[in-house]
Design a protein around this ligand. Sequence first.
Ligand code: CMC
Length: 391
Amino acid sequence: SGVITIDPGYKNSGSCKSEVTFLDGELGILRYRGYSIEDLAEKAHFLEVSYLVIFGELPTTEQLVQFENDIRKHTLVNEEMKNIIDGFPKTAHPMGVLSALTSALTAFNPKSVNVENEKEMYEAVCKTMGKFLVIATWTYRKSMGFPLNYYDNTKGYVENFMRLMFELPTGPYQADPVVVSALDKLFILHADHEQNCSTSTVRMVGSSHAGLFASISAGVSALWGPLHGGANQAVLEMLEEINKDGGDAEKYLSKAKDKNDPFRLMGFGHRVYKNFDPRARIIKKAADEVLATLGVEDPILEIAKKLEVAALEDEYFKSRSLYPNVDFYSGIIYRALGIPTDMFTVMFAIGRLPGWIAQWKEMRENKEPIGRPRQVYVGYPLREFKGVDKR
Ligand code: CMC
């Protein structure tokens, strides 16, 4: 009833109340459950932050050990899932496969669909954290034609990610601690970002009481787009293109400013941040450290730096408050760590998983109503039907 206001892209509409993440786009502040992203990225580990985001408090040592153990219990994925993976062509994009496999988990874990009490909720959380990591790496193993790996219970979550990805039957894989720690930090920086496109999708799908796996599968699809998580892949492809084209950053800056050219500077701009993205600041520092420690000299990084400096001084970017976002630097680190470009958005998904879970859980616990936006109809008024012979 009443007047319907439309707000395309929900630029000024809140969809819920949330206690998970605080974000001030003007000041460039990001906090999970009241803790600053700077503190968490520097002092905590990914599973610790996941626990915080999902359950609301930092875990005690006991709670953390329990959480890690409970996740570990759920890292075996049904063998039949392998048949599904085998059905995909090797060339399939890992995000498409990840979304399909996450949805397929529902078939093998029907109990996680209707979460009715705290115990079932906790189990669904641990299951999702365990299985999602494994299937995320399987999308890569499949594309490479490698045999699928299993979780190693003697190793941590992030270290397992590297092993699951890269260990071959020819011998054990030793993850470089520098790499593991950089990845841990990247996952923390991605853990939640309030009502972004994929998270809103997870909440919207979940609001019909669809289960956690189905809701997260929808979140993966939303994240895939180049305006959202897919930007990290797009940034690297853009930098590679500039490099091939002679490394002229100014030329691409001009293209981005040209309103007749659809090209946008990928990794720049944000719906909410009208100041430096605090995550980009942390990632930029981490990128420098990782590249120095691993001894990587990457011409792509030089181009990224040139682009950043040029854009930050440019009137077009300044007047529109377009700053580098989290995706601008993450791809450079992933590349230095040996992660293939088409897996970048999957990395984002692994990091964002606790946020999606936390928001789905909050939505269910708050007993939020089904999401059902209205519209303003602008089509034809009533028309007279004419039979096909009269059209
Ligand atoms: N390059 C050139 N111009 C831009 C860019 C860009 N990257 N981003 C925004 N603009 C311009 C845009 O053309 C518009 O100009 P005008 O006012 O003259 O029409 C103005 O800035 C405002 O842009 P908008 O598209 O209305 O802003 P939005 O809030 O709808 O979009 C965005 C936000 C992130 C989708 C957009 O900035 C963009 O496309 N950036 C590139 C893709 C990207 O890096 N995405 C990652 C986002 S951060 C993390 C994540 O979600 O994954």
